[in-house]
Design a protein around this ligand. Structure first.
Ligand code: NZQ
Ligand code: ZN
Length: 388
């Protein structure tokens, strides 16, 4: 384990089919004014909205609402939430939904009492929070992002064609998250597989860095194996509780800071994917799956031992008789077959990317230095072209 680090994750998780029973106890720890944030209507259809509002009422809370938080939440929606949170001086933001709603709640949490433009301060200038933070709690309904137990908050500025994530510190992470796998049964198949690939890629982004023997890599391999096994069950049987619960638990641990310990981490697939999202508003996990293979094939030679280890330990490839390069390639082929089974996007054209967008997407891609190769803008462009 290289380097020095401090590990603290303050989010308390309540997991399982009865997890919502714990909401009342959590609410007791906060003041009476609650901002309820949710998406486009799935929680009303499923009945969860009724359950949550009944609990809020029974706990004597005064509830203010921000409905209609869209996938890939926008900066204008953020401003709206800030107005509601500040005008009503809320004590807690309760996010009920997927990663978009959880991310949004965190963005409002740090922005409501910020006197500058939060887009400029947190997303363009990447500054830390220096104002009052409103606590956040989550009831998760869609699995993948890890937002339920991390400080990440991704906001899109459609006018500027930028989608940017800020990873805030532990003071912004949700105070609690309710994780009931059964709530994910109604997630459409396309969203489910996008979420599974998102979680898998979060692990890859941290795993494909460093050359030392590192406990974190062994944890990562175990999580990837569990995701592969459970996803194969879930695509055939979406209401299989065992599979959905494993996927939910694995996805939370995929991006709750644990797998970054002792790692430099890569995150370049996400940087490219986010820029694609800014131009197309495509589903996040699909923007990752559509560029991953081209990206990993491009950098494979720079991290050959790790790609070989990925082939053997995650995909069970037999190394006998294979050169290091052949072994590494076999691992990526196995990943490609699994992606086909899931039915995730494997080119960016199907996400709405056109040739005319490629230069702009490359311009909007941050170039990070923690992985096996630091890309140039031309490299990004070539990866995008190879992903068409
Ligand atoms: O809006 P509703 O009606 O609720 O429908 C949602 C939405 O259309 C639907 N859905 C969610 N739960 C459902 C359901 N439909 C039926 N039954 C349910 N139980 O699913 C759709 C997608 O939801 P969304 O929250 O957008 O998906 P996801 O969880 O993938 O979140 C994506 C956002 O998270 C960001 C992404 O960039 C994107 O903006 N990310 C956040 C990260 C973080 N905090 O660390 C990291 C990730 O890499 C990612 O960037
Ligand atoms: Zn992601």
């Amino acid at each position: 384990m290289l380097g020095n680090f401090t590990y603290c994750n303050p989010t308390r998780l309540h997991f399982g089919e009865q997890a919502l029973d714990q909401l009342a106890g959590e609410l007791a720890g906060f003041g009476s004014r609650v901002l309820l944030a949710y998406g486009g209507g799935s929680i009303k259809k499923s009945g969860l909205y009724g359950q949550v509002t009944a609990i809020l009422k029974a706990c004597g809370k005064e509830v203010f609402e921000v409905p209609g938080v869209m996938p890939n939440p926008t900066v204008d929606k953020l401003y709206e939430g800030c107005r509601v949170a500040r005008q009503n001086d809320v004590d807690l933001i309760l996010a009920v939904g997927g990663g978009s709603v959880c991310d949004y709640a965190k963005a409002v949490s740090v922005s409501a009492w910020c006197d500058e433009d939060p887009w400029d301060k947190y997303y363009l200038r990447m500054e830390e929070v220096s104002n009052r933070i409103i606590p956040v709690g989550c009831v998760l309904t869609m699995v993948g992002t890890g937002s339920e137990m991390n400080g990440g908050s991704v906001i899109t500025h459609p006018g500027q064609k930028r989608k940017i994530g800020h990873v805030f510190g532990s003071n912004v992470m949700p105070r609690f998250s309710i994780l009931n796998p059964a709530l994910t049964f109604t997630v459409p198949m396309k969203q489910m597989v996008a979420g599974i690939y998102d979680a898998f890629n979060h692990i890859c982004e941290q795993y494909f860095s460093g050359e030392d023997d590192n406990t974190t890599d062994y944890i990562a391999e175990g999580l990837m194996r569990s995701l592969v096994v459970s996803s194969r069950v879930a695509v055939r049987q979406p209401d299989n509780y065992e599979a959905r619960s494993n996927i939910m638990w694995a996805a939370t641990w995929a991006l709750n800071t644990l797998l970054a310990m002792g790692k430099s981490t890569d995150w370049e697939v996400h940087m490219i994917g986010q820029s694609i999202g800014a131009f197309t508003n495509a589903t996040h996990g699909m923007t990752l799956s559509a560029v991953s293979l081209a990206y990993y094939r491009f950098i494979m030679a720079d991290g050959l031992p790790k790609f070989g280890r990925f082939a053997v330990n995650v995909w069970g490839v037999d190394p006998a008789g294979k050169s290091a390069k052949e072994l590494a390639e076999a691992g990526l082929e196995a990943m490609e077959h699994w992606m086909e089974e899931l039915g995730v996007a494997r080119n960016i054209r199907e996400l709405g990317v056109t040739e005319e967008m490629l230069e702009g997407i490359a311009d909007g891609t941050f170039l990070l230095t923690g992985g096996y190769r630091t890309l140039t803008r031309d490299d990004v462009l070539n990866i995008l072209k190879a992903s068409m």
